[in-house]
Design a protein around this ligand. Structure first.
Ligand code: ACO
Length: 435
């Protein structure tokens, strides 16, 4: 991160101009180091929504939003999705390199070893209403892991941080499946060491004591791909939340819980759920013939209606994950004999119409990963309310890798943005009887 070039900031209010270093990344836009602006000028920079602000330096994930490229540790997402499984991808994100066969074996065994949760945790679930949203449960039980695993809470110790990372990656599928089982009133299932990460999720969700889950390799592969595609996405809202929470020295389980809370919002991880709700409503309202009316509504700013699963802060091109998800969607629907599924037909038609419409074209609004991931999950029998939980299971490795990267930095500081204050200046207090 060395800068040979400089930027000069000049002012029209008499403040002397200042010079700021410009740094180059390996790829992507240069950044201007503005850290000394306040000290040298007494002024803050103003960037709500972080439209132009790089909040950290990172070596994990790179997105080229204009080209529609996503790269984990230097490997394009398409290459990883076609050649690796989720645990290999986790290893890559956590440790920076793809594992050898021996490392992969050891990593898988370590994840297996930590996949059960403390038996006492089972009691947490009975405190929730059966109709609680599983994301609400996940936020709580992941935060509660800190109450069980005190031995890895020393965030200054790299081995302790590594162990916490393994624990949270290994346990979140078990806890997510428990949240599901609780909602349908079925007994919890324990993880099975002989199964892959994705197959294990399926058996914990869909197996019962009366009947083992019969594995379908096409569905398992599709779930594995969903996990790979969602594993990391550089400094998105939930990851930035995890970093901000972690910057105060909070324990890793608390930080991941904060990330899950942020992910829950419909503008972020809740979008695939919202997208499926939208497609279902369109189907109920008349199907393909009503797409034109719906698009009109979306284009009318006063309607408050958005085309869910479209648009992205960074991608101003087709989201590369959406292409891969669309491919998996075809495979799953073909495997299950659902290719004439009316929901899928509406999704395809809506996508086609939107991609030809000037409103979407001029704003560079393309389908994002959530547009198809909801349809795939629904076809696989995963209930809509679990979609965001599945996203959280996948993103946990990204969150914890980014958290670890931040904590490992020698001059890491607490995250503390400033503000443009537009409220009252100091004013006189009026006693209650005179207000
Ligand atoms: N439907 C209709 N119009 C849209 C949509 C959409 N889905 N997305 C953006 N626009 C419009 C905006 O109204 C705005 O129009 P204007 O310039 O006339 O005012 C323009 O496109 C730019 O959009 P912004 O809201 O400024 O873009 P921003 O980067 O802030 O928002 C976001 C990105 C939140 C993802 C937005 O596109 C959206 O709400 N999409 C739908 C929800 C969704 O699919 N989220 C998933 C994101 S991916 C993920 O989290 C895995």
């Amino acid at each position: 991160m060395k800068g040979e070039h400089k930027a000069t900031l000049s002012f029209s209010d008499g403040t002397p101009s200042i010079e700021m270093p410009i740094y180059k990344g390996t790829v992507g836009p240069d950044v201007i180091d503005i850290r000394k602006i306040y000290g040298q000028t007494g002024k803050f920079t103003f960037d709500p929504g972080f439209m132009s602000t790089a909040a950290c330096e990172s070596k994990i994930t790179y997105i080229d939003g204009d080209k529609g490229e996503l790269v984990y540790r230097g490997y394009p997402i398409e290459v990883l999705a076609q050649n690796c499984d989720f645990l290999e991808t986790c290893y890559l994100l956590l440790y920076g390199e793809l594992p050898t066969a021996a490392e992969r074996g050891q990593f898988g065994a370590e994840i297996n070893n930590h996949s059960m949760v403390h038996e006492q945790m089972h009691r947490f679930f009975t405190g929730f209403r059966r109709d609680a949203h599983p994301m609400a449960i996940l936020v709580a039980v992941i935060g509660a892991l800190a109450a069980f695993y005190h031995d890895t809470l020393d965030i200054t110790d790299p081995e302790s941080r590594r162990k916490s990372a393994i624990r949270v990656i290994a346990k979140i599928p078990t806890l997510m499946a428990m949240a599901y089982k609780y909602s349908v009133g079925e007994p919890f299932r324990y993880p099975r060491f002989e199964l892959s990460f994705a197959a294990n999720i399926m058996q914990m969700m869909f197996g019962t004591p009366c009947e083992d889950y019969v594995r379908n390799d096409v569905l398992v592969r599709a779930l594995d791909r969903i996990l790979i595609l969602h594993a990391d996405h550089e400094q998105n809202a939930s990851t930035s939340t995890v970093r901000l929470a972690g910057s105060s020295g909070a324990n890793p389980f608390a930080c991941i819980s904060a990330g899950i809370s942020t992910l829950w919002g419909p503008a972020h991880g809740g979008a695939n759920e919202a997208c499926l709700v939208m497609l279902n409503k369109l189907l109920a309202d008349g199907g393909v013939s009503k797409i034109g009316d719906f698009i009109k509504q979306v284009k009318d700013k006063d309607s408050g209606v958005k085309l869910m699963g479209f648009g992205h802060r960074v991608y101003k091109n087709y989201d590369p994950r959406a292409k891969l998800m669309r491919e998996s969607c075809h495979e799953v629907l073909t495997e299950l004999g659902l290719h004439d599924d009316p929901l899928f037909a509406i999704a395809m038609k809506l996508e086609q119409i939107a991609l030809e419409d000037d409103y979407f074209v001029s704003r560079k609004l393309y389908p994002n990963v959530d547009y198809y991931s909801g349809i795939v999950q629904k076809a696989m029998g995963i209930p809509v309310s679990m979609f965001t939980c599945m996203f959280a299971v996948a993103r946990t490795v990204g969150w914890i890798s980014q958290w670890n990267e931040m904590i490992s930095e020698p001059d890491q500081k607490i995250g503390r943005p400033r503000q443009l204050y537009t409220g009252y200046p100091t004013r006189e207090f009026i006693p209650m009887n005179k207000r």
